[in-house]
Design a protein around this ligand. Structure first.
Ligand code: SD4
Length: 336
């Protein structure tokens, strides 16, 4: 249960979001939410606790889900100790930090950037692609150019810490994605090489939006783009039905158009958790050998405010924030 007194005391003492998140990690609840709870925001991994607080600041005042998800994931993007999202992200194998993000609103509008370098907040650039251009997706130099035109500052993103880790990696230059590293550390740390924040929100008016942002797989090939900025793969929202987002090895999510699949299954009557489970099982069915070695997790929220998640492997967690729970992480169920 959310302990309001503890929450207020921590906030008043100026406690960091990180401290809040750490205190929340041990708590668990059944995976199915009480129906009809809104507003509500959910997001992937333990770092979602901090991000949800950013979104909650918008939702609790009757704000729009779209504004909430942008504000929420910007918190994760701003954390330079996070090496899987935003400018603190580990680079590709040639030392370039390139960021991917997308956003989708309740009206079916969407925007995305992929392989964008030199800019801190890809989610906000994705939103501007959605709102200010006739396009859905901008990539690479074009995305950076657009961001600069919109007033973003371009600068070198590779932090000293990321550069150190990259140089360490160069000694062996072995590419091997590690499962659930974010969860292993509890909070962002220096060892892990993947994990994305995907966030879904249902606002007080009953409208849905979602956002997804990542630095992609660490040590990826230059130019590699995963599922996260791809509408339908890393994120999908249909305001009649619900929204879904994904984390993990993006190649397998793209092959199955994962988030779109989850939303379509919810349209057919699946609960959020059952829809995520079916999407995971499609991955296993198509590539059973690969599925044993990688992590993929789906997270979904329906129009009623019910949520659920399912992952290939144990260790996937997500964070929930509504009127009753402000600081909660929930372990996702897994296929193996
Ligand atoms: C990608 N899906 O680039 C992202 C990475 C991620 O947990 O989510 N890792 O493939």
């Amino acid at each position: 249960m959310f302990n309001r007194r503890k929450f207020i005391k921590l906030s008043a003492a100026g406690a960091s979001f990180a401290a809040l998140a750490k205190s929340a990690v041990a708590k668990t609840l059944p995976i199915t939410a009480e129906a009809g709870t809104r507003p509500v925001v959910i997001s992937t991994w333990n770092f979602g606790v901090q991000a949800n607080q950013g979104a909650w600041g918008v939702l609790k005042n009757g704000g729009r889900a779209l504004d909430a998800v942008e504000a929420g994931v910007r918190i994760t993007e701003s954390d330079l100790t996070n090496h899987t999202v935003g400018p603190g992200g580990y680079p590709d194998r040639d030392g370039h930090v390139s960021l991917d993000a997308c956003i989708m609103d309740d009206l079916g509008n969407c925007g995305s950037v992929a392989g964008m370098e030199f800019i801190d907040h890809p989610i906000s650039v994705a939103r501007l692609v959605m709102e200010k251009t006739p396009h859905v997706m901008l990539v690479g130099e074009g995305a950076t150019q657009f961001a600069v035109q919109q007033g973003f500052k371009a600068h070198k993103l590779l932090t000293a810490e990321s550069e150190k880790e990259w140089k360490k990696w160069l000694k062996t230059a072995k590419y091997s994605p590690v499962m659930n590293i974010e969860n292993k550390n509890g909070m962002p740390g220096s060892e892990y090489n993947h994990d994305t924040i995907g966030m879904l929100a249902l606002d007080a008016k009953g409208n849905l939006s979602g956002a997804c942002t990542t630095s992609g797989m660490a040590w990826k090939m230059r130019g590699r783009v995963g599922d996260s900025p791809i509408i339908g793969a890393g994120l999908y929202v249909d305001n009649e039905v619900g929204g879904a987002t994904s984390t993990g090895v993006g190649e397998e999510v793209i092959r199955n158009v994962g988030s779109f699949l989850v939303v379509e299954l919810m349209r057919q009557g699946y609960t959020p958790e059952a829809a995520c489970k079916e999407a995971v099982e499609r991955i296993i069915k198509k590539k059973p050998e690969i599925a044993k070695q990688i992590q993929v997790g789906f997270l979904a929220l329906n129009k009623k405010g019910e949520y659920g998640a399912y992952a290939l492997q144990k260790g996937f967690t997500f964070a929930v924030c509504n009127n009753q729970k402000q600081d909660l992480t929930i372990p996702g169920k897994s296929a193996y």
